[in-house]
Design a protein around this ligand. Structure first.
Ligand SMILES: [Zn+2]
Length: 222
């Protein structure tokens, strides 16, 4: 009789625990989906440059994290800025050493462009570079397997490098960006840096959160 009671008690305890676990799992999933829905990743290519620090000040003030795809040559020129980007919690990616079309040169040269840039950045930050944005979006699976890095493309392109107008760039991004978008900009232009600040102010008010590509991809993989 006692044995039977103990068995029933154990059964009840296990059932309650299972219910709690299932319920917690469900609530976690719901919260994650809600968060993901309002996430946007701002990405800045071609730097660091003379406006990058102004951008970093603005992002810090607004508590925004972004992703910077650096050109190796420029990283060599501005190591202090590279360090600051890393220290302030942004993600640094590779944008080749001399901004080449990777599919228009030999595989060996392409790998060299990428590896050289990785080692410049890694020597400054002490952190492994995992992401690459191939200039002009030129990329192959062969290259991806050779360097074992994650390519990051984009879904919103305001063509800021050609427009060079703060209001036009701001307007294009605000009108074309929603949940899960990756916005492409260039922090080597003052108009782009100003537009980025406007975009953050407008979209934060609408309830969007700005995250790095690592946060964006990390939540997709879960
Ligand atoms: Zn570029």
């Amino acid at each position: 009789m006692i044995k039977k009671t103990i068995f029933v008690e154990i059964f009840i305890v296990v059932s309650v625990l299972l219910c709690v676990l299932i319920f917690r799992r469900q609530t976690t999933v719901v919260t994650q989906t809600d968060e993901e829905k309002r996430r946007i990743a701002l990405t800045f290519d071609d730097g660091p440059g003379k406006y990058t620090e102004e951008l970093l000040d603005g992002l810090l003030e607004r508590n925004v994290k972004a992703t910077f795809f650096l050109i190796g040559k420029n990283a060599e020129m501005y190591p202090e800025i590279v360090k600051r980007i890393e220290q302030e919690g942004h993600i640094i990616g590779n944008h080749t050493y001399s901004h080449v079309k990777l599919t228009c040169i030999s595989n060996e040269k392409a790998i060299e462009e990428i590896r050289k840039t990785n080692s410049i950045i890694e020597n400054i930050t002490g952190k492994k570079v995992e992401y690459i944005r191939p200039p002009f979006g030129n990329w192959t699976k062969k290259l991806e397997n050779s360097v074992n890095m994650k390519p990051v493309f984009w879904s919103v392109d305001p063509r800021d490098w050609s427009v060079l107008n703060t209001d036009t760039v701001t307007c294009h991004i605000v009108n074309n960006t929603s949940e899960g978008d990756i916005v492409l900009m260039h922090d080597i232009f003052e108009t782009s840096v100003d537009a980025a600040m406007n975009v953050v102010d407008i979209l934060q008010q609408k309830g969007y959160e700005f995250v790095t590509v690592e946060d964006m991809f990390g939540s997709e993989e879960k």
